[in-house]
Design a protein around this ligand. Structure first.
Ligand code: MG
Length: 240
């Protein structure tokens, strides 16, 4: 062990010497090479496709029964009253892409207008709402980390138009005794525009009261049934 430490110290010393002498090799890394992938039809080849336009085979309801939201014309739509849907597969650190559409004939106001939501790990909601011209509390509008973080800008499209979320999520880490070791962080692009910049999530999304963490492992992604006919398409996730 002592020899190893000595060797490592020697290596570091020689690297430092090389760097001092202006040798570019001193700061070049060859030992770790990124895996080669490609992008086909705008989907990275290492992504898990959660909806390919045909069926909800990757999704289920809260009881583990087949999801009954309506699949039609390459997208699927909330079936009001049927409940949230969950991916069969569980995720932690992830890059998520999805597209959503508020119905063209949307009615209502405030939170009662084209409401749904992306619940990362089933716990942390990125709000979906029609906020093109609709007043509500700022930390509950489209692209908010619901009741926690106001989006940097409002880049909502009109109802009836497809919109996208690209979400980069670092899962929280918990200690063996269930206490929080490291909080979750989230970055969100709405229609390609940065709206949440590495925001430190304060805990599980709460409708009433302050957010708090409850220890959990990898969990399903879920989509919210808020009684509004919001549609989704082109959903894929990369495990990070
Ligand atoms: Mg919602």
């Amino acid at each position: 062990m002592k020899n190893l430490i000595t060797l490592s110290a020697l290596f570091c010393t020689s690297l430092a010497t090389l760097a001092q002498e202006g040798d570019p090799k001193a700061t070049e890394v060859y030992s770790s090479v990124p895996v080669k992938i490609s992008v086909k039809n705008n989907i990275p080849t290492d992504a898990i496709v959660l909806f390919d336009g045909k069926n909800l085979s990757q999704w289920e309801d809260k009881d583990g029964k087949p999801a009954t939201w309506i699949v039609k014309d390459g997208c699927f739509t909330v079936k009001p009253g049927s409940g949230d849907i969950f991916t069969k597969e569980k995720f932690s650190n992830q890059q998520l892409h999805l597209e959503f559409r508020i119905p063209n004939d949307v009615k209502g106001e405030g939170q009662d207008r084209g409401n749904s939501g992306v619940f990362i790990m089933g716990e942390y909601e990125i709000q979906i709402l029609d906020c093109y011209e609709n007043k509500t509390y700022s930390n509950g509008q489209t692209a908010a980390v619901y009741k926690q973080s106001i989006p940097l800008v409002n880049v909502c499209k009109k109802s009836g138009e497809w919109q996208s979320y690209d979400i980069i999520f670092e899962a929280p880490k918990f200690n063996a005794d269930g206490t929080l070791g490291k909080p979750a962080f989230v970055t969100v692009l709405h229609n390609g525009v940065l709206v949440q910049n590495h925001y430190e999530i304060k805990g599980k999304t709460m409708y009433i009261g302050l957010p708090k963490y409850i220890a959990h492992d990898a969990k399903s992604l879920s989509l919210q049934d808020h009684n509004h006919k919001v549609s989704f398409r082109n959903i894929w996730v990369r495990k990070l």
